[in-house]
Ligand binder design. Structure first.
Ligand SMILES: Nc1ncnc2c1ncn2[C@@H]1O[C@H](COP(=O)(O)OP(=O)(O)OP(=O)(O)O)[C@@H](O)[C@H]1O
Length: 282
């Protein structure tokens, strides 16, 4: 048995639309995330990243192969195991402007699952929401706000807080910084590092930004036309990329670093912005 908390094993996904040729979105993909580990998943548009994410979150079923949580196949899970899987494998999506229900206050947004799964009452939910808000570096009073009263970075913090609500083992992050500007992205990256250090949560980080992947990930996998063409520790892959697409991504990131500054620069990374510091401005 592997040590992965969440794992895709030999996953194939083919989309068949009537009258069109089948789309082989995932050909035979195996990828796992261990406890407290951050795995980067990179690949060009259409390579299958979202499809793999949907399989791992059990939003869709693979055509072949399986998804396992703590070694149990999703297909053979009973009701209790499924509940544990859904509480333990959560997600943060790309766009914090569309992923939070605009008609609900933040305490309600963050603890919805607690209400459904545990029939938790309002007082308990508000208490948990206040804890979560401070875990992600926002003032507790924010729980009574609506999403539109927050900046993009603050909304993404709330989306992360919502994903943390039931103490998950793995969070799948789908390009969580892509709608944010560089300095806010750097602050969110620091928050992820701190959350991992404090709570041992594993991350699957989907993205294109090789600087961010280098900064946050232990391992990286490169998806290309539905296959993982390269996988390994970030250091090895970045220093010695083998596949031409990996080389291309790295070359592109070198160009952007020249334009926007290097993330290894502590100021550009927002390193002075820690959870222990006062209220964030973004
Ligand atoms: N429901 C679907 N029906 C048919 N084809 C689909 C469906 N979902 C995805 N595809 C196809 O599967 C392939 C992989 O798509 P996917 O969205 O997983 O790529 P991606 O790497 O996430 O791309 P992007 O970075 O643009 O989001 C694409 O060719 C896409 O058109």
């Amino acid at each position: 048995m592997s040590d992965y908390i969440l794992e895709a094993r030999n996953v194939v996904k083919t989309y068949n639309a009537r009258g069109a040729a089948p789309v082989h979105a995932l050909k035979n993909v195996s990828l796992g995330v261990g406890k407290g580990e951050t795995v980067g998943l990179v690949g060009e548009s259409g390579s299958g990243k979202t499809t793999l994410m949907r399989m791992l979150l059990a939003i869709e079923q693979p055509t072949m192969g399986e998804v396992l949580y703590r070694g149990s196949s999703r297909n053979s899970m009973g009701k209790t195991e499924l509940k544990e899987y859904f509480n333990n494998v959560t997600a943060v999506f790309q766009n914090p402007f569309s992923s939070l229900n605009p008609r609900r206050r933040l305490w309600d947004v963050m603890t919805e699952r607690r209400a459904i799964e545990r029939n938790a009452k309002k007082a308990e939910r508000r208490e948990r929401a206040a804890e979560l808000t401070s875990m992600v570096g926002l003032p507790e009073e924010y729980i009574d706000r609506y999403p539109h009263q927050l900046s993009g970075g603050q909304r993404q913090r709330i989306a992360i807080a919502r994903a943390l609500a039931e103490d998950p083992s793995v969070i799948v992050l789908d390009e969580p910084m892509s709608a944010l500007d560089v300095s806010v992205s750097a602050q969110i990256a620091n928050l992820l590092l701190e959350l991992q250090e404090s709570y041992g949560v594993g991350f699957l980080l989907i993205g294109h930004d090789m600087d961010m992947i280098r900064h946050l990930c232990h391992r990286v996998a490169v998806l290309y036309k539905g296959d993982i063409v390269e996988e390994g520790s970030v250091d090895v892959v970045m220093r010695n990329p083998e596949h031409s697409y990996t080389k291309l991504l790295l070359a592109a990131s070198e160009l952007t670093s020249l334009e926007i500054g290097d993330l290894s620069d502590p100021v550009a990374r927002g390193a002075d912005f820690r959870l222990t510091q006062p209220v964030p401005t973004h």
